[in-house]
Design a protein around this ligand. Structure first.
Ligand SMILES: *[C@@H]1O[C@H](CO)[C@@H](O)[C@H](O)[C@H]1NC(C)=O
Ligand SMILES: *[C@@H]1O[C@H](CO)[C@@H](O)[C@H](O)[C@H]1NC(C)=O
Length: 318
């Protein structure tokens, strides 16, 4: 209930009409989904937005209006995250990844989408590519925003950078729990702590919120019982990189599927992986886009620039 209320607060300034629903997939699981589909754009290929580790649909608050003016937009909470069902994932990295990918395909079929421009941030980027390898006919363009899990060695100087600083600070206090478990323990103090330890989250959405809306949403996203976060942990090797790195599999992606990779120029994630992808696919379209001044959450740091560059990419699709 609290997660739902805090998500509604995140989305309060979205002015385009949209529907919210739990999309049913197998095993009785439900994926929480926002759908934007105005009449004047309904014949275009939709953009599907997949958040990163510990994220949810509300994080796209500053992108939904602008993107949905140009084409249909769908945003989902990944299986095991946000308001979606939180199943027990297999402990094996390949099997956990397979379950995520299966859930995305069943979600697509359930909504009846023929094909998509599939965009994923962080863990969502890893899954977007894994999905595209398995279901090439459903993907017209794959957009990776600061993707996780590409190289087989640490991508940043700080190897577990992907676990946000504020979670690390808390988990240091509560070892040996799951990184996010500490949030569960701090209880009602949580949102305040998130804000104290992670003031940049507030800044990212400063054009929309000057209060605690964002911190509360992040808190409620991550205080739920762990599921996707456990799967992510099991998919991660000791160096903080993926156990099954994407760069070792990129050659399995159909050569006709174009890739755009978006980085924030100030992110600690190295764009080297993006350039490696480009080198590995000399005869395929790979475009690298830098959002100047943006960090890891490029779409929230500089939403106008991000939306504009993304819509340019989409214009090449149809
Ligand atoms: C459904 O459950 C089975 C068995 O646990 C699992 O292999 C499969 O991946 C699950 N499918 C989805 C979409 O969660
Ligand atoms: C996966 O996670 C479970 C639950 O946290 C843990 O017990 C198990 O040892 C992990 N397995 C691997 C291979 O990391």
């Amino acid at each position: 209930i609290q997660l739902q209320a805090s998500e509604e607060k995140m989305l309060q300034y979205v002015s385009t009409a949209f529907t919210k629903e739990f999309v049913p997939i197998s095993n009785g699981s439900l994926l929480w989904t926002l759908s934007f589909c105005s009449d004047h754009v309904k014949d275009k290929t939709p953009i599907v937005l997949m958040h990163g580790f510990g994220g949810g649909v509300g994080l796209w608050a500053q992108n939904l209006d602008e993107l949905s003016q140009q084409r249909p937009v769908f945003a989902l909470d990944l299986l095991g995250f946000g308001q979606s069902t939180r199943p027990v994932f297999p402990t094996d990295a390949a099997e956990a990844e397979e379950q995520f990918v299966e859930s995305i395909e069943e979600w697509r079929a359930s909504l009846g989408l023929e094909s998509m421009i599939l965009l994923g941030h962080n863990l969502g980027g890893f899954l977007a590519l894994s999905y595209s390898i398995q279901f090439p006919g459903r993907v017209k363009h794959v957009v990776l925003v600061e993707p996780w899990g590409f190289p087989d060695r640490p991508e940043t100087s700080d190897s577990d950078q992907l676990i946000p600083v504020w979670i690390k600070a808390l988990s240091a206090m509560f070892r040996p729990f799951n990184p996010l478990a500490s949030l569960r323990l701090v209880g009602p103090l949580g949102p305040t702590l998130v804000q104290t330890l992670r003031p940049d989250f507030k800044k990212k959405f400063s054009s929309l919120f000057s209060d605690n809306t964002v911190s509360e949403y992040i808190y409620h996203l991550n205080v739920q019982s762990p599921s996707g976060e456990t799967a992510f942990k099991n998919m991660t090797g000791p160096c903080g990189c993926a156990k099954r790195p994407m760069l070792q599999r990129i050659d399995q992606l159909h050569p006709d599927i174009p890739i755009s990779i978006i980085y924030g120029s100030r992110s600690s994630i190295d764009s080297i992986s993006g350039f490696t992808v480009k080198k590995m696919r000399p005869r395929s379209h790979v475009e690298i886009i830098m959002i100047r001044g943006a960090g890891h959450y490029a779409y929230a740091d500089h939403p106008e620039d991000f939306n504009h560059r993304l819509l340019d990419v989409c214009d090449k699709v149809d």
